[in-house]
Design a binder for this molecule. Structure first.
Ligand code: PLP
Length: 375
C-alpha cells in the first residue's frame, strides 16, 4: 500500500456496535477488569499506559514509518527526552551542530549531567562523523533536514558508521514527515517526530512520537519510562493528531510545491543573501536529499537577509500572510527570527529567518514577500 493510502486508513477502527467510520474520543482514565480480575478484553487498564486513542495513533504511526512498534508522547521533546534518558552512561552521544535547540539544550544540560560526553558534529560531513564516533559512543541523534539551517544528513551512510561502532541511530523526521523520508528503511534504529508539526498539521495539538525498527528490549525500556514519567498525550490530542494524519499526503504535496516555488523566487531577490532549501540545486545537501527523500523537499526553508539582524527582523515584521510566530508545519505560513527564540549557545546566524511555508495560494505568498522586502 502506498504511503498516501496508509495515511488515510492506518489505525482505523470501525466500531462494531455503532459502525462509526470516524474515530471517537475515549476519555475514560480507567478500564474495568474482567470478572476474574484480568484486564479488559481490549487489554486496557489505566490511561497512562495505554488507551484507545493512543493505540490508534500508534498503529497509524507504525504503519506510516514501517516500524515494528510506535509510542505516542505528550510532545516531541517528551519523545526525544524519554529515548535519550533510556541510554546508559557512561559514554558519548553525538548530536548535530544544526539541530532543534531544545534537543541541544537537553543534551548539553541533562545528558551531560548524567555523565555523557556530548560531541557536537557537522553531520553533513561524513568524515567528521566518522572521526567523532568510537567504542564509547552510545548513540547518534540526527535531524534531517535540520532545524533551522536545513542541513541534510546522509542517513544510510551515518547508519553504517553507527552500526560499525555498536551505537544506536535516532533520526528526527519532523521536517520531512514519513511521506517524504523513511529513516528506518535507511538503517536508523528509531524515528522521532514532533507531531505538533506536520502530522497534526493545524497548529492546535502538541504531541510527539517514536517509531522503532525493532520492538527489542530497548524499545520496551523506553515504553516503561514513558509510562513511569506519564509522558503520554491526552486522548483529545492523540485524536487530533490522527485526524491530521488523514490529510498528510495532500498537505505535504502542497507544502512542498509552495516551498519550492517560494525558494526559487527568493533566490533571485537582491535583499536575500542566501536561501537554505534542499530543493535548490546549489544547496550542499541537494544530491543526498534527492536520493533519500521522495515526493519533494518539504515545506521548511530559511533565508539569510542582507543587512543582518535588523533587516531580517524588519522583513518578518512587515510580512502579513506569514504570521511572525514560532513553530511550523501547520496549514498557515509562519516566519520567525530564529536566533531570538533559541537559547544562549545557539549556532544560528543572526540574519536568518526560518519560514514554514503553508498551503495558501503561492501567488499570495510571493506577493507578501515582495511587499515585505520592498519595505
Ligand atoms: N524536533 C524538531 C525538529 C522541532 O522543530 C521541534 C519543535 O519545534 C521539536 C523536535 C520539539 O517538539 P515539541 O515542540 O512538540 O516538543
Amino acid at each position: 500500500m502506498k504511503p498516501a493510502t496508509r495515511a488515510v486508513h492506518a489505525g482505523t477502527f470501525v466500531d462494531e456496535y455503532t459502525g462509526a467510520v470516524a474515530a471517537s474520543i475515549e476519555l475514560s482514565t480507567t478500564f474495568r477488569h474482567a470478572a476474574d480480575g484480568t484486564r479488559s478484553p481490549a487489554g486496557f487498564e489505566y490511561i497512562r499506559e495505554d488507551n484507545p486513542n493512543q493505540r490508534q495513533l500508534e498503529s497509524a504511526l507504525c504503519a506510516l514509518e514501517d516500524g515494528a512498534s510506535a509510542l505516542a508522547f505528550a510532545s516531541g521533546m517528551a519523545a526525544a527526552a524519554t529515548w535519550l534518558d533510556a541510554l546508559e552512561p557512561p559514554g558519548s552521544v553525538l548530536i548535530p551542530k544544526d539541530v532543534y535547540h531544545g534537543v541541544r539544550r537537553y543534551a548539553r544540560e541533562v545528558l551531560a549531567a548524567r555523565g555523557f560526553e556530548i560531541r557536537e558534529v557537522d553531520f553533513s560531513d561524513l568524515g567528521a562523523v566518522e572521526a567523532s564516533i568510537d567504542g564509547s559512543t552510545r548513540a547518534l541523534w540526527c535531524e534531517t533536514p535540520a532545524n533551522p539551517q536545513l542541513t541534510v544528513t546522509d542517513i544510510a551512510a551515518v547508519a553504517i558508521l553507527a552500526r560499525a561502532k555498536g551505537a544506536k541511530l535516532a533520526v528526527d523526521n519532523t521536517f520531512a514527515t514519513p511521506l517524504l523520508q523513511s529513516p528506518l528503511a535507511l538503517g536508523a534504529d528509531v524515528v522521532m517526530h514532533s507531531s505538533t508539526k506536520y502530522l497534526a498539521g493545524h497548529s492546535d495539538s502538541l504531541g510527539g512520537a517514536l517509531v522503532f525498527a525493532s520492538d527489542d528490549d530497548f524499545a520496551q525500556r523506553v515504553r516503561d519510562r514513558r509510562t513511569l514519567a506519564g509522558a503520554v498525550p491526552a486522548p483529545f490530542n492523540a485524536w487530533l493528531t490522527l485526524r491530521g494524519i488523514r490529510s498528510l499526503a495532500a498537505r505535504m504535496d502542497w507544502h512542498c510545491r509552495n516551498a519550492q516555488a517560494l525558494a526559487e523566487w527568493l533566490v533571485a531577490q537582491v535583499d536575500i543573501a542566501a536561501v537554505l532549501y534542499p530543493g535548490l540545486p546549489d544547496h550542499p545537501g541537494h544530491a543526498v536529499a534527492a536520493r533519500q527523500m521522495h515526493g519533494g523537499f518539504g515545506g521548511m526553508l530559511s533565508v539569510r537577509c542582507r543587512g543582518g539582524r535588523e533587516a531580517a527582523i524588519a522583513i518578518a515584521g512587515r510580512l502579513r500572510i506569514f504570521a511572525n510566530a514560532t513553530s511550523l508545519g501547520g496549514v498557515e505560513s509562519l516566519v520567525e527570527h530564529r536566533r531570538s527564540v533559541e537559547s544562549a549557545g545557539s549556532n544560528t546566524p543572526d540574519d536568518l529567518l526560518r519560514v514554514s511555508v503553508g498551503i495558501e495560494h503561492i501567488d499570495d505568498l510571493i506577493a507578501d514577500w515582495k511587499q515585505a522586502i520592498a519595505g
